[in-house]
Structure formats: structure tokens, C-alpha cells
Write a protein that binds this ligand. Sequence first.
Ligand SMILES: *[C@@H]1O[C@H](CO)[C@@H](O)[C@H](O)[C@H]1NC(C)=O
Ligand SMILES: *[C@@H]1O[C@H](CO)[C@@H](O)[C@H](O)[C@H]1NC(C)=O
Length: 363
Amino acid sequence: MLQRACAVAPLLFAPLLLAALAGLPVADASFVQRCGSHICVDNVPWYFQGANAYWLIDFVQKDRGMVDRFFDACNQFGLKVIRTWAFNHRMPYAWGKYDEGEFQGLDYIVDSAGRHNIRLILALGNTWTAYRSPQDYLRMAGVDPATTDLLGFYNSSQLRHFYKDHISAIVWRTNTFNGRRYREDDAVMMYDAMNEPRCPGCMDAASQAIHHSFLQEMATHLRGQAPYQLIALGTEGYFMNTYEGWNSGAGARCEGEDWVTINSKITAIDVTVVHVYERQMESVPPAWGKCNFTCFVNYMIQTLTDFLRGPERAVCAAAAAKWWLPIWTAPWAQTVDVAAYQRRCQDMTVLQVFLDTSKLVYG
Ligand SMILES: *[C@@H]1O[C@H](CO)[C@@H](O)[C@H](O)[C@H]1NC(C)=O
Ligand SMILES: *[C@@H]1O[C@H](CO)[C@@H](O)[C@H](O)[C@H]1NC(C)=O
């Protein structure tokens, strides 16, 4: 795939989420819903911590018991939400075609989560090359990825059709272990339309419009297919021109994610998402290689605080009427979800640090 100008080093995964919600009628009390500026279960605001465990989709192929043991450990440590990949190396392997063995692995994860009282965030696709990427979708559609870029992927009506079919295949899947469709399973709390849908180099208005229109189309499609579950876009939280100074590192706006616009204009979503990743500290002293975990936790708290107290105030003042998400209306800070940095999510010491530090974030 061609590299557009002004790209920074990619973030590989999505460790931390900052979620905030708006109000919709509660369709079914057993689902996690948004209610006003809260996340609710049974109409009562619900608070949670979780971990990003994308690798479950791999582990389940080798040892299903490992999935159960992982969810047991989550219960032990009070982690209520797990984010994972709802795609795999052969999911899909061609347009509309899925490896049944891999899909049954995902079935097992979803069923096991339900048995363990764990709620899942299913990321439906990936911007990065791991597992399934836009490059793979392009190949499946007969387009040589070397001839285009992410903007070309976002702009293609054929690829949009393809990706929406993929979304439908996941959402409408009937679980081979419990007979429920994913869309009817309250163990599935939320969908990320795509993991970290960047658009490198897309800083001009025309490129931005294409990127937003892709995300809008996917969110609207999801809204229609999954009416009982939460929808988010898997964004990282980068600002374009106006709030560039709030970005996590130099060059972040070159990745084309206009977080403020995306989350204020795309009304089909329920939850806004911010990823806080250690590598974002490359430009933050002390340098990346020297930043230990304490340093990272401080950075994370600072970043979340910026989102809680920073740009949104100005945006709110500047665009009051357009800003539909109650996220920005006080009090709204109750819906912070701190997920453990996934490479360490089995490190219980670290989990405990997150449990402690998140108390600071929750305030
Ligand atoms: C996007 O697609 C439209 C319609 O096919 C095309 O006219 C336009 O040139 C494309 N834009 C980019 C930036 O690829
Ligand atoms: C972690 O780094 C900080 C500086 O950011 C330092 O003050 C602290 O002693 C370090 N902690 C450990 C356990 O190395």
C-alpha cells in the first residue's frame, strides 16, 4: 500500500478506551445501553474496567480452555469488559466467505464471555496489516493494494459494500454454541466499526470528507443491523487543526483523524473512543525507551484529563448547538473506561496498578 505523506509510526493495537455516551431509549434491559451521559445496565449507570485482549481470536484456535481461564481471571480481578477482534486471518478469506473453524472460535469466545458474565467489545476490522487489513479487502476485491492507499479504500463504493457485508456477517452470525445471533446476545456490549480507522495524509477537506463519509456509512449500517448494542468507531483521539496542540505526539493530525468532527457529526454512534498508547510518548519526555510503567500511568492520567477537561470545553462553546453528545455536558466524566495495556493484561500486578489509578481517573 502506498504511504501517503506525513505519516507517523503506526500504533499497533488499541489499549485504552475513553468512552462517553448519549441517550437513546432502552430497548432491552439486559443489554448494555446508553442512557443520558451514562452507560447503563437495567437503567442504572454502570461502571467498568476492562482489557484489550485482541489475541483471544488466536488463542481460541489452540486451546479453548485458555479463553475460559482468561475470563475466570477477569472475574477474579473485577474486569467486566474485554475488547477483542471479531476477524481473523481467514475471516473473511474472500468476499462473503469465512473459515468456519475460525468463526467457531469466535463463537466460543462470545459464548464463554456470556457464561462468565463478561461483556465484549468486538472490533470488526483493522486498519493495520495484522490479521485482516484494508490491503486484504482490496486484494479480495481484485485491486492491487500497491496501486492505492487507505483513502482509496475508504473512497471505493465496492470496498464499502464489501466491508458492510463483513459487518453483517459478524452481527448476524448464529452462535454454534448457544444458538443466539451476535446481535441478540447481551454478552456483546459494543462494536468498534474498525480498529483505529486512520487516513494517513488526509488533511485536506476533500480527503476528510471521504474518510468521514466512510465512517458515517459504516456506523449507520451498524446502527441498522445491531439496534440493541452500542456502536463506536474505534478512533484514537487525534485532533486536526484547531486543537492540534492536544495531540498525543508530533504529526498525529497527519493521520487524518478529525476526532472532534467524527464524534460530533456521526450521530449513529453511542460511544466515543480514545486510545492511549505507550508509543505516543515518543515525543514526550522522558523518551519512549526510558519511560517505565509509573511514567506511563502518569502520562495516561494526563491524557485522559486533557480529554475530560480540555478541548471539548472550547468545542462546546464554539459549536454548542451542533454538539449532540451529552459527553460534553456536566457531569459527564462518569463513563471513563480504563482498559489495561494488552501486552500486560495477564500481569496481575499491572492490572492492580490500573485498578488503583483508574480510581484517580474516576475521581
Ligand atoms: C473517489 O471516488 C470518486 C468516485 O469514484 C472519484 O471520482 C474520485 O476521484 C475519488 N477520489 C479519490 C481521492 O480517490
Ligand atoms: C520510573 O521513572 C520515573 C521517572 O519517570 C522515576 O522517577 C522512577 O524512579 C522510576 N521507577 C522505577 C521503579 O524505576
